[in-house]
Design a protein around this ligand. Structure first.
Ligand SMILES: O=C(O)CCC(=O)C(=O)O
Ligand SMILES: [Fe+2]
Length: 364
């Protein structure tokens, strides 16, 4: 659905939503990215004057400083890959026996599983928080290890712990349109980090993480594309682009002088850390298939020049806030007689290729 930001701006003024104006203005200096829900970010006039591009340039500059501040102690070749390509790949990230231990723990965990359907893909997530310390000791050891933390702090430009989940991607598990994560996109307008510690081999059967090397860099061509997108989004924007995760077509890539994205077919026990401001997607999966990983995300206000202080209590609070938010979404959806987009499933089938999830859905 297309949006009409400046009509939207006018309408909101008439609807007295004008009271929200100070909030929208303040949001310009945060990671807020939606062209739909913030009429200032989505304003055609302001974007013609370069608002979106100015946010990108400023955020890049500040995040670059933060990478530098947190880059000491990082292997030079990893740093080089991150700056040049936008991602780091570490094969055999853990000794074999540690990897096996994590795999066993994950395989037998019994915890709250949440499911989200996007197109014909189901994603299952289990939050790794203090409640799982006893059942996932090897996992926790990895997540608080010096190697894991320093790399993630550097790549996120944030001196804090990422939020981590056991994540299982179930390709072609339900009827539905194409999975929107399989369209090439940039997650947001500023550098931001996601990582995948793969517990399964990844290849074209189960949809490898796919990245366009170098597409996280700010070039004139990229800025021109961003500028054009920011002013055409009102007329032509798909839902995801208008929410601030710009989709890029093959023609767009040509216009920016890019080649083809690369599917990272990697063996299990590989850690991939990416700046998902660069163009990436979930690779196509040839068949009904799965992959499981320890998935981490760390995002923060890109306009804040300070990378923060690492306080473990804050990380616990962050996890608790996430749980509360999910419960709030559950309650809100239940009032409408619906399920929240990340709803709880009674699934011990998360890590198995059985039909239970689909059957449960049919029975519901
Ligand atoms: O699952 C993947 O391979 C990538 C999905 C994606 O685009 C994301 O997590 O931002
Ligand atoms: Fe993404």
């Amino acid at each position: 659905m297309a949006i009409a930001p400046d009509n939207g701006l006018y309408a909101t003024v008439c609807n007295m939503k004008i009271l929200l104006f100070p909030v929208w203005i303040l949001q310009l200096f945060t990671q807020a990215k939606s062209f739909r829900s913030n009429p200032v970010i989505g304003s055609l006039i302001l974007n013609r004057c370069g608002l979106h591009v100015a946010r990108i340039v400023l955020a890049q500059g500040i995040m670059r400083l933060r990478f530098m501040m947190l880059g000491t102690g990082i292997d030079q070749s990893l740093k080089r890959s991150f700056y040049r390509d936008g991602y780091i790949v570490i094969k055999d990230a853990l000794p074999a026996e540690k990897f096996q231990k994590i795999k066993r723990e994950v395989g037998s965990i019994n915890a709250e599983v949440r499911e989200c359907q996007q197109g014909d893909t189901l994603t299952h997530r289990i939050l790794i928080d203090e409640k799982t310390t006893d059942t996932l000791p090897a996992c926790h050891d990895m997540l608080v290890s010096n190697q894991y933390l320093t790399l993630h702090k550097f790549a996120s430009g944030k001196n804090g712990r990422p939020v981590s989940y056991i994540q299982t991607i179930k390709n072609h598990f339900v009827d539905g349109p194409a999975d929107p994560q399989k369209n090439l996109h940039s997650d947001t307008f500023h550098p931001t980090m996601k990582s995948w510690y793969f517990l399964d081999d990844c290849n074209s059967d189960n949809g490898p993480f796919t990245y366009l090397p170098g597409s996280q860099r700010l070039t004139l061509a990229r800025l021109k594309w961003e500028y054009r997108k920011s002013i055409t989004i009102a007329q032509q924007g798909d839902k995801y682009s208008s929410n601030g995760s710009f989709r890029a077509t093959p023609e767009d890539l040509l216009s920016m002088g890019f080649g083809q994205p690369i599917g990272l077919s990697v063996p299990a026990n590989t850690l991939v850390i990416a700046n998902t401001h660069g163009f990436h997607r979930r690779g196509d999966a040839a068949k009904r298939s799965m992959r499981t990983e320890i998935w981490s995300i760390s995002r923060s206000n890109p306009f804040n020049p300070f990378p923060g202080i690492d306080v473990p209590a804050l990380a616990r609070l962050q996890n608790r806030a996430l749980t509360w938010y999910r419960e709030y979404c559950d309650e809100k959806a239940a009032k409408r007689g619906a399920q929240s987009s990340w709803h709880i499933v009674s699934a011990r089938n998360t890590l198995e290729d059985n039909q239970e999830t689909t059957k449960e859905k049919e029975a519901a």
